[in-house]
Design a protein around this ligand. Structure first.
Ligand code: ADP
Ligand code: MG
Length: 478
């Protein structure tokens, strides 16, 4: 077999696998998303049963590897690849331009520029490394209520008029599972619908941080900067992660200034208000609050019922009103838990469609959800403090004091951690019960979080304390 033949075999294989994979996707949205990523491929090589797909950006390579490698493996098998073929996506640092070079001029190595389809049906949208937007996260699917009406109105305002000073940046904060990501992506979806050529970038602050570190290591700062400064709308989810990187904050600050100066829209979400991000630079915080800050709170009964109704519309259109009411009555902590309970009902009646959904029956199948809610409701911060004091042999007074002796700091911070992660209490309530500032609580929580990663003994104590409340570590609220 000569080299040309090998080349053709390898690219054909990839093209076939790609076609098979694309044909399995449910809708145009997913297909164009995947095609968008596949268009970043610069070359392919097959060496010793390893099919390496080179990608023009590091982010693209990482994203393809994480999101598509496993799924494509099956398509590759179906396309006739050898069973032992391994598929991997790699960043090709040399392919900043469209000119593709062969990988290695070895006889057994083959490389070929991937042919892009000659005439693409869709208009070419400039590629930005954005995470995909969830297509159901739209304004239409979002149920308004008093707990979220301001955040909703602000998000709508941004979608109608991006870049307008009074909404720029928009900062949405609130507890886990209350709809922050949904609302942020609804802005992206709406803008994309209205103006397909608009470059919208959605990512988490963690992704931004990782990309920044990569750019530093690979000396790719310039293209990193160019990329983020050339977009129209920047949606950064979970901005609290930015606290992890001091240097990256500087870069974000510059990007932020550059974009707002050009009247480009920025939207951010966080689990706490901007003022409660202690490890974030002051100047960033003052920028964040310079636009509009809105909070989403836990929904009340009426809103919970309306959300359940909306979610059931597609899943179980025939669900009795009494079942929705039972769910709204019993599951209150966050919308994600409500969706989980609804899914449980769905599965149960799919298996047994004639089953009557009595209160007794619902109580049994939703036992886990309801128990969790009740425990969350029952658990007071005082109980947590008392339990910890007993375990460590210290007094409540010592826990509430400002004494920084090491033997007091750990139990104090552990109690803060449990209060924050295993109850629905707000930061304000926790701070009041510990007689401390918000920042002190958050610092305590972060410290324990880090220590738990490496300290088995501390994890053991946490499990014991939680166990006394009939809880386990995995019951965390987020
Ligand atoms: P957060 O980002 O605040 O943790 P998400 O946006 O991920 O929460 O929301 C969790 C789930 O709850 C999502 O499936 C979302 O669609 C749903 N959800 C939250 N609030 C609402 C709402 N008001 N209307 C409809 N769905 C909601
Ligand atoms: Mg979120």
């Amino acid at each position: 077999m000569n080299n040309n033949e090998i080349d053709t075999v390898s690219v054909d294989l990839w093209e076939r696998a790609k076609t098979i994979y694309l044909s399995t996707l449910r809708n145009d949205e997913e297909r164009s998303q995947a095609e968008n990523y596949f268009s970043m491929i610069s070359s392919i090589s097959l060496i010793d049963d390893i099919l390496t797909i080179f990608v023009k950006t590091r982010f693209g390579a990482e994203y393809l590897q994480e999101k598509y490698a496993d799924k494509l493996k099956l398509s590759l098998d179906l396309a006739g690849a050898k069973k032992e073929t391994i598929l991997e996506f790699k960043f090709d640092p040399r392919s900043n331009t469209q000119i593709i070079q062969p990988v290695t001029p070895k006889a057994t190595v083959e490389t070929l520029q991937v042919q892009q389809p000659a005439a693409s049906v869709k208009p070419q949208v400039p590629f930005i490394s954005t995470l995909p937007l969830e297509e159901n996260y739209t304004f239409e699917e979002f149920v308004q209520g008093s707990s979220n009406s301001w955040a909703f109105a602000a998000a709508k305002g941004v979608a109608n008029n991006p870049g307008q000073k009074s909404y720029n940046p928009l900062f949405i904060h609130g507890g886990t599972g209350l709809g922050k990501t949904h609302l942020m992506q609804a802005i992206g979806n709406e803008l994309k619908k209205k103006n397909p050529s608009m470059s919208i970038c959605y990512l988490t602050a963690e992704t931004f941080l990782n990309e920044y570190v990569n750019a530093l290591q690979q000396k790719g700062m310039e293209s990193f900067r160019d990329k983020y400064r050339s977009i129209d709308v920047l949606l950064v989810d979970d901005i609290q992660f930015l606290q992890k990187g001091k240097q990256c904050q500087e870069e974000f600050f510059n990007t932020f200034n550059d974009l707002t100066w050009k009247h480009k829209q920025i939207v951010m979400t966080s689990d706490v208000s901007p003022k409660n991000l202690p490890a974030l630079e002051e100047r960033l915080i003052s920028r964040f609050i310079g636009g509009m800050v809105q909070e989403i709170e836990a929904p009340g009964y009426e809103t919970r019922l309306a959300i359940l109704k909306k979610k059931a519309e597609n899943l179980i259109p025939s669900i009795p009103q009494s079942t929705l009411e039972f769910l709204a009555d019993n599951i209150k902590s966050h919308v994600r838990a409500m969706e989980g309970a609804l899914a449980k009902v769905h599965v149960t009646i799919s298996i047994n469609p004639t089953q009557e959904l009595t209160q007794e029956f619902l109580s049994i199948i939703l036992k886990d959800f309801i128990e969790k809610e009740q425990t969350l409701k029952k658990l007071t911060i005082r109980e947590i403090q008392e339990c910890i004091c007993k375990k460590y042999g210290v007094s409540i007074g010592q826990i509430l004091s400002s004494d920084r002796t090491a033997s007091l700091v750990t139990p104090r911070q552990l109690a803060m951690y449990i209060s924050r992660k295993y109850t629905t209490k707000s930061l304000q309530e926790i701070a009041a019960e510990f007689d401390k500032k918000h920042a002190t609580i958050l610092h305590g929580v972060k410290t324990i979080e880090k220590r738990l990663d490496v300290e088995g003994e501390l994890k053991g104590i946490l499990a014991e304390v939680l166990g006394e409340f009939g809880y386990n570590i995995a019951d965390k609220m987020e």
